[in-house]
Design a protein around this ligand. Structure first.
Ligand SMILES: Nc1ncnc2c1ncn2[C@@H]1O[C@H](COP(=O)(O)OP(=O)(O)OP(=O)(O)O)[C@@H](O)[C@H]1O
Ligand SMILES: [Mg+2]
Length: 523
């Protein structure tokens, strides 16, 4: 390994001599004359091995080793000890030196020691690299799914797990926000410390304040003794503020101060107490809209939204439905000792077609029930809840057979934007993200065209009466188009229709096979 070496010696002649001799042996070497200069140098130039004298004015070589262990743990220090300096050598090793060389220095011995240190360093780095590659391949505990959107979420969790930045997890109810918060904690260096979850919607403001920040004795009638709040109880772990969008506005002001100062003031107390926990928050509300409508403080929103992790609704990751269903089935069957192995084709089709307003939690409950009812070795249609069995797919289908049904690209865009908005439960921020546009463009695209524009559009399509455009009035259902199975007239699954729903391919990445008539093979 070709590493960089820094010589630290307050005797300039020795420093230059050692530098030049090592350079002659092919090493990349610099020299400085004090421990301070060494620390300065390291601020801008990375170094692999520091070779330092012990007796130096100001900071000694031993003290320098201690500093290096703290500030640059990836670097290896070597110490030059004086005659008979066994005690010094021991002190140096205790202070973090990798090796020592006795003076007068023989350049060959120094070169061998430096070579050995570099080899050690190279091995250390390789082990670290392999370990982190292995970490990356392990699926995040408990988060099943392989769709691009969930993989993006998982990638984000890995990227920010190590940092201390405040995180805002957003997503509809049942999408897995708490699972994401726990995964963030479990992948972080704080994993051995407490994970404390608080539901901010469950308590009135005064109770929430004393839960979060603690109280002193006598702060209120029942306060017989003082109690540390959850911010402090979380120690150097993670405090998870769930449903933060429901936090009473008077608590929002207090929380903002706490996050800015990183100190809490217990109820009834005069003194503030510092806390170390990382703050992770979650909400199923669209906080930007809440801010626009003055229900959530803008300053607090920016404070908690340092890193945003959106968790997509299940219908936006149709490719995961069967995988999750199979995952829950295996888990539940194992727990309850039932010999259920899979899901029948028609049942799989129904699971795919349903739009899961309750997201993963609803699917999990559905599988729990299905396994309980199941009398064969696979879950069949009869084991599914009535609402899943009866659900009519509302995917967008445009037939190309009737000219009267044809629409302009603008109209198509409007309808698609509405469909995406519907798919994400009306969350405009999320919809804009999926569409790759900003929120203002989203609003613009949702606007109905003015009358003169509509006429122009209808002229552009000579074969289409204007009434078919007008049929998509603002009051029309969000999915705009006729249901695939109801009004296409010609049979929705024949080649004449084109499905523009983002999740239109029911088996993409799901690990199941489905033929065109919609009869999936068992999985
Ligand atoms: N990707 C996933 N893999 C496996 N299980 C999941 C996944 N996502 C969610 N779940 C399961 O679904 C259930 C709901 O998840 P969770 O409680 O994290 O959702 P949530 O977004 O916090 O919901 P709410 O907003 O209602 O509090 C849990 O039992 C969780 O284990
Ligand atoms: Mg939750």
């Amino acid at each position: 390994m070709n590493g960089t070496i820094l010589i630290v010696d307050d005797d300039d002649d020795t420093a230059v001599l050692l530098r030049d001799s090592l350079r002659k042996r092919g090493f990349d070497v610099d020299a400085v004359n004090s421990a301070q200069q060494c620390l300065e140098h390291l601020r801008t130039d990375p170094v692999d091995v520091v070779v330092t004298d012990v007796q130096m004015a100001g900071m000694s070589g031993i003290e320098l080793c201690q500093e290096l262990r703290q500030r640059h743990p990836d670097l290896l220090p070597l110490v030059l000890t004086g005659q008979g300096g066994l005690e010094t050598a021991i002190a140096a090793i205790r202070a973090g030196a990798y090796d020592f060389i006795t003076k007068p220095v023989k350049v060959d011995a120094l070169a061998i020691a430096v070579g050995r240190a570099l080899e050690h360093l190279s091995l250390k780095r390789e082990v670290k690299r392999l370990r982190s590659a292995a970490d990356r391949d392990i699926p995040i505990d408990g988060i099943a799914g392989n769709s691009p959107v969930i993989r993006e979420t998982v990638e984000m969790i890995r990227r920010v797990a190590d940092s201390d930045a405040t995180v805002l997890i957003t997503g509809e109810s049942g999408t897995g926000k708490e699972l994401v918060a726990r995964a963030l904690h479990n992948l972080s260096p704080r994993r051995d410390q407490p994970f404390v979850a608080v539901n901010c919607a469950a308590m009135p403001a005064p109770l929430l304040e004393s839960e979060l920040f603690g109280h002193v004795r006598g702060a209120f009638t029942d306060a017989k003794r003082s109690r540390a709040g959850l911010f402090v109880q979380a120690g150097a772990g993670t405090i998870f503020l769930d449903e933060i969008g429901e936090m009473p506005i008077e608590m929002q002001v207090k929380l903002l101060r706490v996050l800015q100062e990183r100190r809490v003031r217990p109820v009834g107390g005069d003194e503030e107490v510092p806390f170390e926990a990382r703050v992770v928050t979650a909400t199923n509300r669209d906080l930007e809209t809440e801010v626009d409508e003055k229900r959530f403080r803008e300053d607090l929103f920016y404070r908690i939204n340092v890193v945003a992790i959106p968790v997509p609704p299940l219908r936006a990751r149709a490719g995961d439905i069967l995988m999750l269903a199979q995952y829950f089935l295996k888990r539940i069957a194992g727990r309850t000792n039932k010999p259920v192995q899979g899901i029948s084709g028609p049942a799989a089709r129904m699971l795919m077609d349903y739009d899961w307003p309750g997201n993963v939690r609803e699917l999990e409950n559905c599988m729990e029930r299905a396994v309980a009812l199941c009398r064969l070795d696979e879950v069949t249609v009869d084991d599914l809840p009535a609402k899943v069995q009866e659900h009519q797919s509302s995917k967008i289908v445009i037939t190309t057979e009737s000219p009267g049904e044809l629409i302009t690209l603008d109209e198509m865009e409007r309808r698609y934007v509405r469909q995406v908005l519907h798919a994400v439960g009306g969350n405009k921020t999320h919809a804009a993200r999926i569409l790759g546009i900003d929120r203002r463009s989203l609003y613009r695209r949702l606007e109905e065209p003015r009358h003169d524009q509509r006429v122009a559009e209808s002229h552009a399509l000579t074969s289409r009466p204007p009434s078919s455009v007008a049929s998509s009035s603002p009051g029309a259902p969000a999915n705009g188009f006729s249901g695939s199975s109801s009004s296409t007239g010609s049979g929705s699954s024949t080649g004449s229709s084109s499905n523009v729903h983002p999740a239109s391919n029911p088996v993409s990445g799901a690990g199941a096979s489905t033929n065109h008539a919609g009869e999936a093979e068992p999985i």
